[in-house]
Design a protein around this ligand. Structure first.
Ligand SMILES: [Zn+2]
Length: 243
């Protein structure tokens, strides 16, 4: 059992960096404890091998400064809503005991992203049930239900419910994404011989920048990331905006 403030879950190594890297780097700078869980090793990816992506995830974790990262070894390209996969997610929720989970959105271009959204929703609920038993290294885990579940944005646009100012960590986010050098175009390098994908085009990095810039503009800062909440969100008083 490791107490973590925020747990970020992604289908593939690099999903979390691209979608919420700035928010995570900022939490770490504020002294919060953040863990990342990747559901697959990305072994079905068009470019790079699973081993290369393990190394890239390790480098990206160091750049973001997160406290833990692990891989659930689900089947890339075919993440099933199986009892086994639900248990794997429950197990990490109970191990890290986060107050906040950040996860993929409901409607997405890649079916694995949607699958992880559904797994998180089911696991979130079941994780709070005493009668659902899970074990970590032979020890029975205690129930845990995080306070909040927030979805980051991937390929498809949705209207965010709130934005996080990432002006001071946008550059760290970009560096963490560039750590996945088999997946994205790294400026100044010759293009690889591997087939081009949606995210390996030079234009993809531009898209990350443009979106963060546009979201920043929405709240009067330079860069921001947008999120939506699974559960309705409220504040204890309007005074939170009088800071
Ligand atoms: Zn992905």
């Amino acid at each position: 059992m490791i107490d973590i403030d925020v747990l970020a879950i992604g289908a593939h190594p690099d999903d979390v960096e691209m979608s919420a890297g700035g928010t995570i780097a900022k939490l770490v700078r504020e002294g919060k404890r953040v863990a990342v869980v990747d559901c697959t090793r990305g072994e079905m990816g068009t470019r790079g091998t699973a081993t290369q992506r393990d190394g890239e995830a390790q480098r990206a974790s160091e750049i973001l400064g997160i406290h833990a990262r692990e891989n659930l070894n689900m089947q890339d390209g075919n993440i099933e809503q199986s009892e086994e996969n639900i248990r794997k997610v429950i197990s990490v929720l109970r191990k890290y005991r986060p107050a906040i989970v950040i996860m993929p959105p409901e409607h997405e271009r890649h079916p694995d992203h949607e699958a992880v959204h559904r797994l998180c929703r089911t696991a979130y609920f079941q994780s709070g049930l005493t009668k659902v038993e899970t074990h970590d290294s032979g020890t029975e885990q205690k129930p845990h239900r995080p306070k909040h579940m927030f979805c980051y944005m991937q390929s498809y646009h949705f209207e965010p419910q709130f934005f996080v100012d990432i002006t001071e960590t946008q550059e760290v986010k970009i560096q963490s994404v560039l750590a996945f050098s088999t997946q994205v175009h790294v400026p100044g390098t010759t293009s690889s011989n591997e087939p081009e994908t949606f995210i390996s085009r030079p234009g993809f990095m531009e898209l990350l920048e443009v979106r963060a810039r546009y979201f920043g503009e929405q709240i009067g800062v330079r860069y921001a990331e947008g999120f939506t909440a699974v559960k309705p969100i409220g504040v204890h008083s309007m005074s939170v905006w009088l800071e």
